[in-house]
Design a protein around this ligand. Structure first.
Ligand SMILES: Nc1ncnc2c1ncn2[C@@H]1O[C@H](COP(=O)(O)OP(=O)(O)OP(=O)(O)O)[C@@H](O)[C@H]1O
Ligand SMILES: O=c1[nH]c(=O)c2[nH+]cn([C@@H]3O[C@H](COP(=O)(O)O)[C@@H](O)[C@H]3O)c2[nH]1
Ligand SMILES: NC(=O)CC[C@H](N)C(=O)O
Ligand SMILES: [Mg+2]
Length: 510
């Protein structure tokens, strides 16, 4: 992938949004923690500095070294990024009298600056700050103000360096996208050529070069990400790609058979490996969420390793890891974000495994993966599938896992998800599934006392899984589904609906 825009992250909750907006402009970009050693500034054509929860005045605040960037590459600082430049190059940042969150309007803009092309005075912008730039350094030029914030936008004289106090990346900044476009296209001179087709073309070419005649094993899950990854790699190396679909005993009802059937028509080289007994044996007695995730991750790797030995001379393991998997799972070394859950597919391979990892989608968001899939002609039905986590029902059965609990949850999940499909609700939901609680409750069925399990139904809407809200499913649907579950699934006598958003909850319960 050709490097274009580098986004340096100082821990803002909006950093992802900057990336999404830049890509909406068909310009490729990548995010790195500001102190990461994994990128080379010289590879990029423009740099954006994100916001941050820190105050530049705090002792432990991030202080990036901009000497390789400022004045050499077009540079845009957003909020903290702008405050940092003002503070660091001789200006003054102080606490604002009023903390500003939300709507503001541009009361002054320097109209002839390319930065504000097609933006008018009065344009609504979104603020989220408690510090403010009190004085600009003398070589900075004021180019925009709001009613409350005089130094809302500046440029450095004679440089393509800009700073803005407001957030162009949030949808409530009405001309935010225009401003980003002005910076990236008018000022940095970037071309808007990053499309799904161009991604396929460049990625396939890169994979050809990287993989050559090597053999690659890929974990194929039936989900969107690994299917798109497999199709890309298969375009590059054909028969040298060996796709392994593992039954970890934690899949949905009939999923192993159904998915294998579906792949028959796709021209991929797929082998189904039933390792369900092995997974369940290793998981027996483990009830800690991270403990279960670690076991599942390890057994996955062992199964892939066994298969790689069977095939012989395999050099690579390919996975369908996408961007949010990486961001949520790894607190990039010293990076400002926290580890939420250990996704089984991120975090490297154990030493005994000599395989190198290839993850062609690890810079894309889910909706971008779907667009790439569509541009390669993958079935809409497959691309429209709800995400399903690799550890599967293992992280939806709270507490320890047994074959009987898996059976129960498979039935519950099947009734719920099939019901959504039958009632035309499936496509309006981003992800749906059921959890089995380690809780018995008292019920009465046919005049008899029951003391059985409670299950939770969860349906969320989201665009990328990073944030999510519960879906307001019709009461009639919930009512019907609850009846079907309690009447149809032995061992369950209670159904509840999860009405928590992410954050503060997460989508999966473990
Ligand atoms: N049952 C499985 N067999 C083989 N590989 C798997 C299996 N489950 C997960 N993986 C691997 O782990 C990766 C991450 O899983 P994840 O669920 O995030 O993606 P996905 O299944 O491809 O897509 P989706 O998010 O739509 O479910 C997959 O892309 C795949 O490489
Ligand atoms: O491949 C995966 N391996 C995992 O270990 C994993 N854990 C969560 N998920 C999926 O990620 C999205 C966000 O989930 P959470 O809100 O529960 O963190 C949701 O779509 C989850 O289904 C996983 N996917
Ligand atoms: N959103 C931001 O970047 C905020 C920057 C800084 N923490 C402030 O409150 O002003
Ligand atoms: Mg999946």
């Amino acid at each position: 992938m050709q490097h274009q825009v580098l986004i340096l992250d100082f821990g803002s909750q909006y950093t992802q949004l900057i990336a999404r907006r830049v890509r909406e402009l068909n310009i490729f970009c990548e995010i790195f923690p500001y102190n990461s050693k994994s990128f080379k500034v010289e590879d990029y054509k423009a740099v954006i500095l994100s916001g941050s929860p820190f105050s530049v005045r705090a002792e432990d605040a991030p202080h990036p070294d901009l000497s390789a960037i400022k004045g050499k590459l077009p540079l845009l600082g957003v909020c903290y990024g702008a405050q940092f430049m003002a503070h660091n190059f001789g200006g003054k940042v102080g606490a604002s009298n009023t903390r500003e969150y939300g709507r503001a309007n541009l009361s002054y803009i320097k109209k002839d600056d390319l930065f504000f092309e097609n933006v008018s005075e009065g344009s609504q912008v979104w603020m989220s700050h408690s510090d403010t730039i009190v004085n600009l350094p003398s070589n900075f030029e004021l180019i925009g103000s709001t009613h409350d914030v005089k130094n809302a936008a500046f440029k450095i004289k004679g440089e393509a360096t800009y700073g803005i106090q407001f957030h162009p990346e949030v949808y409530h900044s009405k001309d935010g996208l225009t401003i980003l476009k002005n910076f990236l296209v008018n000022i940095a001179g970037l071309q808007q050529t990053w499309t799904p087709d161009s991604f396929v073309e460049t990625t396939v070419a890169e994979l050809k070069e990287k993989l050559g005649n090597d053999k690659v094993v890929l974990g194929l899950s039936g989900g969107v990400d690994s299917t798109v990854a497999a199709t890309l790699i298969s375009k590059a190396i054909g028969k040298n790609l060996y796709c392994i679909f593992v039954n970890n005993g934690l899949l949905r009802k009939n999923e192993f058979e159904n998915v294998l059937e579906q792949y028959k028509h796709m021209g991929l080289n797929v082998k189904g490996v039933d390792a369900s007994a092995r997974f369940l044996k290793e998981l027996a007695g483990e009830s800690d969420p991270e403990g279960k995730r670690k076991i599942i991750g390890r057994v996955f790797i062992e199964v892939f390793d066994d298969e790689a030995h069977r095939i012989q001379d395999v050099s690579w393991l390919a996975q369908g890891t996408i961007y949010p998997d990486v961001i949520e799972s790894v607190s990039a070394t010293g990076g400002p974000s926290a580890t939420i859950k250990s996704h089984h597919n991120v975090g490297g391979l154990p030493d005994f495994m000599k395989l190198k990892i290839v993850e062609p989608l690890n810079t894309l968001f889910k909706d971008e993966v779907r667009r790439v899939g569509r541009s390669m002609g993958i079935d809409d039905e497959l691309l429209g599938r709800h995400p399903f986590p690799g550890p599967g029902l293992g992280i939806r059965i709270l507490g320890d896992i047994t074959a009987e609990k898996v059976r129960m949850l498979q039935e519950v999940d099947h009734i719920f998800v099939q019901g959504l499909k039958d009632d035309g609700l499936y496509d309006s939901v981003w992800q749906a599934g059921a959890m089995l609680l380690p809780v018995n409750s008292v019920g009465v069925m046919g005049d008899e006392r029951t003391y059985e399990k409670a299950v939770v139904l969860r349906a969320v809407e989201s665009t990328d899984g990073m944030t999510a809200d519960w879906v307001n499913l019709p009461y009639e649907f919930l009512q019907k589904t609850s009846n079907k579950i309690i009447n149809g699934v032995k061992g369950v006598n209670r159904v509840v609906y999860d009405i928590s958003s992410k954050p503060p909850a997460t989508i999966e319960w473990e």
